[in-house]
Design a protein around this ligand. Structure first.
Ligand code: CA
Length: 562
């Protein structure tokens, strides 16, 4: 029989007119199907007393308004005797930025699953994806190699060669039951790279179906690759869950406009949905008795799909939420400020499972940071980042090559082709649209719309204009990476040091860009989808966008952006 979850997400008294409105959402838990009921009635004095009491009781039980009831299960109550090798559960969002989780202090977003993994395991403050773009980030996760070490797989929508060992295949060869649900490696063509299935594993409709195929006592590795919070979004989904627009923290590279806040709430809505799905997976893990012996990782592949975030080497493109849980191995409440790159996941998983790490891996195991028995380790104080071609948005299929070093204090970026458009060209050549490395959204359109107008800061320039060959950001003063001080002689010594460190890493990892800075290698790699889009009507796109604002009685009013 189906079980229902009841959530009161809106209510209003109008004592002046003796009216009462109640908005209730029912969710059928098995199917996640939702339906909403709106009740309106006239109030008598007695009803007022009853309703007041009923609402107080309902709110006490439901937590508050729309919020998903946090998982009741205690992660530490699993009972099955652990098998020798741990299971791996890898929970990957699509386009979710640091610091958008409750445990990082964001005042709006509700991420009880992530927060609980962090409080009962380890929380990272300096986790970085290898590249701020789906395919190269995921390829780096799987192979433990930097994107520039992966040939064509360094680009988005590419081919991933199977000659680079990946830890899912290695675990499978080692006897693990492996599989994935939804988005694995991609987008791109893995078959042309020699793979017969997605590099993240065979596809399953659900975690439950995956577990049903597992042999008794066989350890498993499951990859859940949600497509949340990748665009497109259901417009006004966030505000309808009761998020308060006024409480949104708008990053400094976006204009503080109501429609931008609304866009961020819709992004938050999808992050919250990802968090709930992860919660469901973990509850099943526990019900089956596997929680005690499972290493759980929850993170994202790259940053939020907004201008100057995703597809950029700035923090909102590369700095990732990351929590890791492993009972008895990771001390609850561990907070880690060491720097890690996503190429470190593979060595970590293989070390945890007792399988040799192949020499082809460039990453380093995180176990010295995590293991409660090993309190001392070399401090990891920097990370190296990169990007080549994201979408195909420059005439001639050109890449926008960058490399960067990120330390606690500085972000230094080298742009190898400063004559090219960093976010894509102003006219559409193939995919996505104008400035097509930025996913289309009302936030993007509103910034395009201020081209040539004076704003503080210059949002259009930050998002779309050409950039200097070198960029340096002083993070203590500039958390949103807005003020490039590379040309300031005061920082010459720092620049020299960072430049040398970056070049040292490029040499050490055989980066083609060190010997041939203007190589056309990644320009010539095929962009696997073949479709054409055209310039859009910017004015119409902005006019068509109508956001909702609460108008009392659980109702909303449509409001244009300007
Ligand atoms: Ca992504």
């Amino acid at each position: 029989m189906n079980s229902f979850k009841t959530i009161i997400y809106g209510y209003a008294f109008d004592f002046l007119n003796d009216k009462f409105t109640l908005d209730i959402k029912y969710t059928i838990e098995e199917t996640h199907y939702e339906f909403k009921v709106n009740l309106n009635c006239d109030l008598s004095d007695q009803m007022k007393r009853y309703l007041t009491a009923a609402i107080i009781i309902s709110l006490l039980y439901s937590g508050c308004e729309n919020n998903e009831t946090p998982p009741k299960d205690n992660f530490l109550t699993a009972t099955r005797t652990p098998s020798k090798q741990p299971n791996i559960l890898f929970l990957l969002a699509d386009d979710w930025s640091y610091p958008h989780a409750g445990v990082y202090g964001d005042p709006v977003i509700r991420t009880p699953t992530f927060d609980r993994l962090a409080s009962e395991g380890a929380l990272f403050d300096n986790a970085f994806c290898a590249a701020p773009s789906c395919s190269p980030s995921r390829a780096a996760i799987l192979t433990g190699r930097y994107p520039h070490q992966l040939e064509s797989a360094g680009n988005l929508w590419s081919v991933i060669p199977n000659k680079f060992p990946n830890w899912v295949s290695i675990l499978e060869e080692g006897g693990y039951h492996t599989g994935k649900s939804q988005k694995g490696w991609g987008p791109g063509d893995f078959k042309r790279g020699g793979y017969t299935k997605n590099p993240a594993g065979n596809d399953y409709a659900s975690f439950e179906e995956f577990l049903n195929e597992k042999n008794d006592d066989q350890p498993f590795c499951f990859w859940f690759g949600s497509t949340d919070p990748h665009r497109s979004y259901e417009r006004n989904a966030g505000v309808k869950t009761g998020m308060k627009s006024d409480d949104i923290v708008v990053p400094g590279f976006l204009p503080d406009l109501e429609c931008v806040r609304n866009d961020m709430m819709d992004y938050f809505f999808e992050v919250e949905r990802f968090d709930r799905e992860c919660g469901n997976i973990i509850r099943l893990l526990e019900r089956k008795g596997f929680l005690e012996n499972t290493l759980i990782v929850m993170t994202s592949d790259n940053g939020m799909p907004f201008p100057r975030a995703k597809a950029n080497l700035y923090d909102y493109g590369t700095r990732m939420p990351l929590a890791m849980y492993w009972k008895g191995k990771i001390r609850a409440g561990t907070r880690i400020d060491d720097f890690m790159n996503f190429i470190d996941f593979g060595p970590t998983f293989l070390e945890a499972t007792g399988i040799d790490v192949p020499e082809s891996f460039s990453g380093r195991s995180l176990m010295p940071l995590l293991d409660v028995k090993k309190n001392e380790h070399d401090k990891r104080d920097k990370v190296f980042l990169e990007r080549e071609r994201h979408a195909n948005v420059r005439k001639g299929d050109l890449s926008y090559p960058c490399r960067a070093i990120r330390t606690q204090e500085y972000l230094y970026i080298r742009n190898f082709e400063p004559g090219r458009w960093p976010a894509g060209e102003p006219e559409t050549h193939q995919s996505v649209g104008q400035y097509g490395d930025v996913d289309n959204s009302i936030s993007k359109f509103l910034i395009m719309e201020v081209e040539g107008k004076e704003t503080e800061p210059d949002f259009f320039k930050l998002a779309f204009s050409k950039r200097s060959a070198e960029e340096l950001y002083i993070l203590a003063d500039d958390p949103y990476n807005l003020n490039n001080v590379a040309a300031n002689s005061e920082y010459e010594d720092i620049l020299d040091k960072l430049r040398a460190d970056l070049e040292g890493w490029m040499k050490q990892t055989n980066d083609l860009r060190i010997t041939k800075p203007q190589t056309t290698y990644w320009d010539l790699v095929e962009y696997t989808p073949d479709y054409q889009r055209y310039d859009f009507d910017l004015v119409k796109r902005i006019e068509d966008y109508k956001m909702l604002t609460p108008a009392g009685y659980g109702r909303y009013e449509e409001v244009p952006c300007k």
